[in-house]
Design a protein around this ligand. Sequence first.
Ligand code: DON
Length: 572
Amino acid sequence: MPKKKFIHFTLLLAFIFGASACKKNFPAPPYETNKSMVSDSAMVVSAHPLASAAGVDILKKGGNAIDATIAVQFALAVVYPRAGNIGGGGFLVYRSNTGQTAALDYREKAPGKADRDMYLDEQGNVIENMSTLGHWAVGVPGTVAGMFAAHEKYGKLPMEALLAPAIALAKNGFGITEQEASRLNEFQEAFQKVNDTPNAFIRPEWKAGDLLVQPQLAKTFERISDLGMAGFYEGETAQKIVEEIQSGNGFVSLQDLKDYRAIWRNPIIATYKNYKIISMPPPSSGGIALVQLLKMIEPYPIELMGFQSREAIHLMAEAERRVYSDRSKHLGDMDYYEVPMEQLLDSFYLAGRMSDFSMDSATISSVVNAGNFNLLKESFETTHTSIIDQEGNATSVTTTLNSNFGSKVVVDGAGFFLNNEMDDFSIKPGVPNQFGLLGAEANAIQPGKRMLSSMTPTIFEKNGKLFMVVGAPGGSTIITAVFQTFVNVAEFHMPLYQAIEARRFHHQWLPDEILIEEGTLTDQQKSDLAALGHQFREVKYMAIVKAIQVLDNGRLQGCGDPRNPDDAAKGY
Ligand code: DON
């Protein structure tokens, strides 16, 4: 893997960028960042104020929720490079104002040269970092194909108009936020390790307000604007991607890029009391797992148990334990593995799964593998956007590079980060991935297969009407965050912001413990739950929810998450 360092170049670039930053003719912080906002017509909630603004501008120009989604996705690739992307993939769940639903899969795929043991050494041991850092970790990117598929089916404004905000932000630059500066600083060493040419992100030190200009990325967007999908998957951009991949002995080929297609899938649809759940099917585990969780708790009087009561936490954690164990065994890309979907969602099956649940004690997770679990070893990033347009159409979109800045590889000459999504496969049965998730045959690597995801972009109806658009980044904790946010609103009657802000807990079967965000439980609550047999581990925070709720008066309540200072709700 290339390791040369171009410090001199970098210093020169830093000087040039630093000097131009003084001109201040670019958007700069402090940005207007509403964490919670009520509007009459339309709402965009994303991970960055400039991306939310790009979405609202498109809506005001007559674009619909899909147009705004595309503009936000491309804008995030510029202003939120750690997770916003064109070098990654994602999922989009859609509900039109007439109740028509759709789910778009633009998840990355394993390259044609992939094989199930590609990350193992000759002794069959996992080679450290190979599926997470550098060129080997990259799956075939799906984002650009996804945006074109969405546009082809539902878009109103021309694609050029939707790319324009991203092009302007990349070309003219923008002032980075404090949070972005700290993330860029945190990963400098990794950037230098896997990139042997200078790029816009390498700099000795970033500070809030520094100008980030991405001329190569602007050119890439211009090629996409001029040539459509071929501006990314063929010709100059494809060539640059493959040259980059080959410089680090990676696997993605020109043919892989040319063959990539996004796929429309049937959304997971189910009911919970008087709510309808519309969510993402495999290759995401999110929709199935969310429905399983809700169906498992449905027979119990959770409202009476009360928010974060001993009974409610115990019940929800026990449901989570069972669902994540199903996930590890049964879920994978349906195009390659027969996922027993009907059975997993069947009410009798789910009741059976809870038949050994006792209010008086924790169930012990069976020890499948005595692994060395590395749950949440890296601060994690993906990004979610929730949108409702002025006509009542809604999109719930989660997109990712997997880790922060993905593989950390920037395509030389094209200016964007490539994902490290290959780590979402089960690279060896019984060996956990970076989120501590286990997998087996269903999620083994095969050429062309999509890796299993936890992303859970979801739309809820209540009594047949649009009720909530919700989703989150957060690796394995995404599913439980969406679950708990919904339960907080629907069962504990919390206002949306409070429901998002509330501390969360998470059980994923193995390791056999409840992860809790700092400050979630009092000592008394912990000892009450410990008496049932639960163990705890505290983490700073887990997933970062972005949601919109249609209030009883028809107005739109948009909320970001206080866990991400840059989350921004913007509506009108
Ligand atoms: O698809 C998945 O489940 C993961 N690649 C998501 C990663 C993630 O959410 C990271 N951070 N927030």
